[in-house]
Design a protein around this ligand. Structure first.
Ligand code: LLP
Length: 407
C-alpha cells in the first residue's frame, strides 16, 4: 500500500501553518468549497521575481485561476497578466493591471474581443494565424491604431510534455508553422498598423524537469535569433511561454528556480546570444506555478462502501467541481482532515469517487488515507490552478462549490 500523503510538506499547509488548526478549514461547511491562500500566490510570484534577472518579466496566465483576489494580489506586485478572452481582459483591468501590462493570447479570438483589446490599448496581442493578423490589421486601420504583436510560432521541438495539455510539437492549433513566416513578415512589412515586437513560443505545460525548461528556452532563443537574422528583424520581446510545473505526487520534486535562472543567465551571457539579446526582454507566462498550490478543494464523505472487496468513498462533490483527474488523468494529493484531527492511525486504500452518474467521476482509484467514515472531510490539494473554472460545474445541476479565501 502507498503511504499517506505528507501534507505538512505541501506549500499550502507550510505557509499557512494550518496543520495546527485544520479544524478551522471544516468549520461552517455547508457545501463543497475551494479555499485559496493569497500568501501562497505571493510566495510563488516573489520566488520567480527574485530568482530571475530584471530582463525577465512574468505575466500571470489568468486562465489558471481568474479569481479577483489573486489577480489583485499579483497586480499589486507588478506582475503582468496573460489573458485569453474578453472576459479575462476585463478581469485584468478590474484588478488594476494597466493595459500596458496585459497581453492577449489564444488561437480563436473573435472580432469583438480583438476590437475591445485594440481599443483598450492592450499592450501585446499574441497572433496565432495569418487570418487573425488580417483581422487585427483591419480593425487597426478602422480605429486608426498601431497594435504591437508577438507572433506565436509552432516550433519543431517541445519540452517533453507528459499529459496532453498544450500538445507539444507537430500538428497544432496554436501558433503558425515556420514555413508560414515569410508571408506573415511580408504582410507586416506592408502595413503601417501592425508592429512586430517579437515572438512567442509556448509548447509544453507541467514541466518538472529544470533542464528541459532551460533547453527549451535555449531552443526558442536560437530559433528566434535565426528568424531575426534571416528576415532582418529588430525585435524587443521573446515570450518563452508558461509550463513551470508543480509536484502533484509526493514522488515528484519541485522545480529548482535557482538552477533554471542560472541556466537562463548562462544563455543570456553566452557570446552566441549576448549581442542579439542585449535589447530584448524575455517573458514567461506561468499560470500553474503561481496559482496551483494556492488552493485546496474540500468535500465531505457521504458514504463508504465496498465493491468486490475494494473500499470506496463517495464524496459530495465530484469532477463537476474538479475535473482535472478525469480530463487529463491527473491525480491530486488527497488528505482526510477529520482523520487528522482525530489522530486516527490505521490506514486503508480507497477508491474516491463523486456523486455523478458516470464512472469518470473519480478523484483517485487507489488512494491511501487514514480509515475514513461518512461525514469525514477530505481536502484535495494543489487545486488552485485549472480547478474551479476548468470543471463542468453544471453537470447534474448540483450547487456550485463555494470559493473562500484565506489571508
Ligand atoms: N500561456 C498560454 C498561452 C497558455 O495557453 C497557458 C496554458 C499558459 C500560458 C499557462 O501555462 P502553465 O504555466 O499553467 O503551464 N488542462 C490543463 C491546463 C491547460 C493549460 C492551457 N494553457 C490542466 O488542467 O493542467
Amino acid at each position: 500500500m502507498k503511504k499517506v500523503y505528507p501534507f505538512d510538506k505541501n506549500l499550502f499547509f507550510k505557509i499557512n501553518k494550518l496543520h495546527k488548526s485544520y479544524r478551522f478549514i471544516i468549520e461552517n461547511y455547508n457545501k463543497p468549497f475551494y479555499l485559496y491562500s493569497t500568501e501562497v500566490i505571493k510566495f510563488q510570484y516573489r520566488n520567480l521575481r527574485i530568482s530571475f534577472p530584471g530582463k525577465v518579466k512574468f505575466y500571470y496566465a489568468q486562465k489558471s485561476n481568474p479569481s479577483k483576489h489573486i489577480l489583485k494580489t499579483l497586480s499589486k506586485m507588478n506582475a503582468g497578466c496573460d489573458t485569453a478572452s474578453l472576459g479575462e481582459i476585463k478581469n485584468a483591468l478590474i484588478a488594476d493591471f494597466k493595459a500596458s501590462e496585459i497581453m492577449f493570447s489564444g488561437p480563436g479570438k473573435n472580432k469583438k474581443e480583438l476590437i475591445f483589446a485594440i481599443k483598450n490599448n492592450v499592450s501585446l496581442i499574441n497572433v496565432e494565424s495569418f487570418q487573425e493578423l488580417e483581422e487585427i490589421n483591419g480593425i487597426c486601420i478602422k480605429e486608426n491604431k498601431i497594435q504591437k504583436i508577438l507572433l506565436r510560432i509552432n516550433p519543431h521541438f517541445d519540452s517533453n510534455e507528459k499529459n496532453k495539455i498544450i500538445g507539444g510539437k507537430g500538428v497544432s492549433k496554436f501558433g503558425v508553422d515556420i514555413k508560414e513566416i515569410p508571408r506573415i513578415i511580408k504582410f507586416i512589412n506592408e502595413t503601417k498598423n501592425i508592429k512586430l515586437s517579437g515572438f512567442h513560443i509556448f509548447n509544453s505545460s507541467q514541466i518538472l524537469n529544470n533542464k528541459n525548461i532551460i533547453n527549451n528556452s535555449k531552443n526558442v532563443i536560437e530559433l528566434i535569433k535565426n528568424i531575426c537574422e534571416k528576415y532582418f528583424l529588430n525585435i524587443s520581446i521573446i515570450d518563452l511561454g508558461g509550463g513551470f510545473g508543480i509536484p502533484y505526487s509526493s514522488e515528484e520534486k519541485e522545480l529548482d528556480l535557482k538552477i533554471i535562472s542560472t541556466g537562463i543567465k548562462k544563455i543570456i551571457n553566452d557570446k552566441k546570444y549576448k549581442n542579439f539579446l542585449k535589447n530584448i526582454k524575455l517573458i514567461f507566462e506561468p499560470g500553474r506555478y503561481i496559482s496551483g498550490m494556492s488552493g485546496i478543494y474540500v468535500t465531505k464523505v457521504l458514504y463508504t462502501k465496498k465493491s468486490y472487496n475494494k473500499n470506496i468513498l463517495i464524496t459530495e462533490g465530484g469532477i463537476n467541481h474538479l475535473l482535472r483527474p478525469a480530463l487529463i488523468n491527473q491525480k491530486h494529493p488527497i488528505i482526510n482532515l477529520t482523520a487528522l484531527i482525530e489522530k486516527r492511525t490505521k490506514t486503508e486504500s480507497y477508491k474516491i469517487a463523486g456523486p455523478l452518474c458516470t464512472a469518470l467521476d473519480e478523484f483517485d482509484e487507489n488512494c491511501t488515507l487514514q480509515e475514513s467514515k461518512p461525514g469525514d472531510f477530505l481536502a484535495i490539494l494543489n487545486a488552485g490552478a485549472y480547478g474551479y473554472t476548468e470543471s463542468m460545474l453544471q453537470f447534474l445541476s448540483h450547487p456550485l462549490p463555494e470559493q473562500k479565501y484565506l489571508n
